[in-house]
Write a protein that binds this ligand. Structure first.
Ligand code: SAH
Ligand code: SF4
Ligand code: F3S
Length: 478
């Protein structure tokens, strides 16, 4: 079938960070229409659902058509230069709508709003509203201000805001899998990364609000939740004394995972992102002890060379990373799914050091990776301290070597899955045909099989008989 021999799939999937999500039509008869377009990571997509919830209370329905919107919001990403260029182009397009419809409000949310603040109003004259990731509760006031003819900006970063009490309105949901933010911000200072500047200090969300959100989702028929944070292993919540008798008790990430996994055996739990310096054996044992915690870890290495890792300020070495991989394999076995992020051509990276990345990939045998060319970001440690000295052709060549390596590893890892039965949670029709369903196995691999009478939200045992580097194919066993 057509799912096969698609060599582009890795590259397409690797465009994850340039994925764009657009609000769907949700008409409940409200007065005004909101169109929201989101870029960047899953955190941003989740934030758009919080924003939609806040604005629904203010009388906004969502639309998928920007030309019929009263309020156009673009939730932006600053991670690489290209992400920001895309947003600038979209702003130009929205401005053309505004020319014919001067009453429409155009706002920028998210990381680019935070990074550029007021400058966005000056640089991009068509913007009326600039709101940073911690200021979404202020949106009703800010929109009102714009309605009164002013420009409005709030880019205040908070040490406490987690939006714990806001029930997100799911925008692109398949009704089976959902994301739950468990923390915000990041306290690491990876030298290449803009996130600590755009998202502020790390803070964890009340575990009971997380568990309640997951329970509610389960009640509505969802069967999988992914717990989200920039560094989930540093999740930490101290219970107040009145909540917990006399002693102060701290819940760490392993504790939270156990709490969410305990909701129901049919609710799968995933999480992202783990940090190699912080992932503990306790987390690995918690995964092992709960069948419904998926056996898949996204553990971004960034580079396989210790000198480069030090320049990146990742605070671990190649040896440390390998030790963590060995712990994963020892505790969870060879079948645990593993993926990574890699940056090609970081400042001063030599050819030998690049080869260390390739050899690390060989050692780990990743199932999947997100792979990027280094993009210097204003204000980061690397921008201030190191020269971005690797020519772009060299960066591109190194990236293509990394992608080629990953393609071979993905295929080899998928071949190991042949002739085995996988428990698949059905997410919907396959992308290419309504005669096929698709879902994921515990290791996060996409599995496609003939539909028969199976339905979305069901667990199906699938015998895998064929594979590509990106997909497993098979048939349900009775
Ligand atoms: N918190 C996560 C990742 C967040 S950003 C972590 O620590 O792993 C997602 C990925 O984008 C990073 O893992 C990194 O590989 C990539 N990235 C971040 N900044 C980048 C930059 N300046 N240039 C290229 N890639 C970058
Ligand atoms: Fe960026 Fe590093 Fe924080 Fe990840 S851990 S968000 S790469 S600073
Ligand atoms: Fe981009 Fe901000 Fe996420 S920079 S990757 S949207 S945290």
């Amino acid at each position: 079938m057509s799912e096969k021999s698609n060599n582009n799939t890795i590259a397409e999937k690797n465009d994850f960070f340039s994925e764009v999500r657009v609000s769907k039509d949700q008409s409940t008869g409200k007065k005004r229409k909101l169109y929201i377009e989101s870029y960047g990571c899953q955190m941003n997509f989740s934030d758009s659902e919080i924003v939609t919830s806040i604005l629904a209370k203010e009388g906004f329905d969502t639309t998928s058509d920007s030309s019929e919107a009263d309020l156009i919001l673009i939730n932006t990403c600053s991670i690489r230069d290209r992400a920001e260029q895309t947003v600038r182009n979209r702003l130009k397009f929205f401005n053309s709508i505004k020319k014919n419809k001067p009453d429409v409000t155009v706002g920028v949310l998210g990381c680019m709003a935070e990074r550029l603040k007021k400058k966005l109003l000056e640089e991009e004259k068509m913007v009326d509203l600039v709101v940073g990731p911690d200021a979404y509760r202020d949106l009703p006031n800010l929109v009102e201000k714009v309605d009164e003819g002013q420009k409005a900006v709030n880019t205040f970063l908070s040490r406490e805001e987690t939006y714990a009490d806001i029930s997100p309105i799911r925008l692109n949901s398949n009704g089976v899998t959902a994301f739950i933010s468990i923390m915000r911000g990041c306290d690491n200072m990876c030298s290449f990364c803009v996130v600590p500047f755009t998202r502020g200090r790390e803070r964890s969300r009340d575990p009971y609000s997380i568990v309640n959100e997951a329970k509610e989702l389960f009640g509505k028929g969802y069967r999988e939740v992914t717990l989200l944070g920039q560094n989930v292993d540093s999740y930490k919540w101290t219970l107040d004394e009145q909540d917990n008798g006399h002693e102060k008790k701290t819940i760490n990430f392993a504790g939270l995972l156990g709490m969410v996994a305990g909701i129901h055996p049919d609710l799968r739990v995933r999480f992202s992102t783990s940090h190699p310096k912080d992932i503990t054996d306790e987390v690995l044992h918690t995964m092992k002890n709960h069948e419904n915690i998926c056996k898949y870890i996204h553990l971004p290495a960034q580079s396989g060379n210790s000198r480069v890792l030090e320049l990146m300020n990742r605070t671990y070495t190649r040896e440390w990373y390998i030790e963590r991989i060995d712990a994963i394999r020892n505790i969870l076995g060879e079948d645990c799914g593993l993926s990574s992020d890699f940056i090609a051509g970081f400042c001063t990276e030599t050819e030998e050091e690049h080869k260390d990345t390739l050899s690390l990939m060989d050692y780990v045998q990743y199932d999947f990776s997100y792979m990027f060319i280094y993009s210097e970001r204003p204000g980061t440690l690397a921008e201030r301290k190191y020269e971005d000295d690797i020519p772009v052709e060299v960066k591109k060549r190194r990236l293509s070597e990394i992608i080629e390596k990953q393609q071979a590893l993905s295929l080899a890892r998928n071949q190991r899955d042949l002739n085995k039965v996988h428990k698949v949670l059905v997410e919907g029709f396959s992308k290419r045909s309504n005669d096929y369903l698709q879902g994921r196995n515990s290791q996060n691999k996409v599995v496609v099989f003939p539909k028969k009478n199976f339905k979305k939200g069901q667990y199906v045992d699938v015998l895998v008989t064929e594979c590509t580097a990106a997909t497993l194919l098979g048939k349900a066993i009775d």
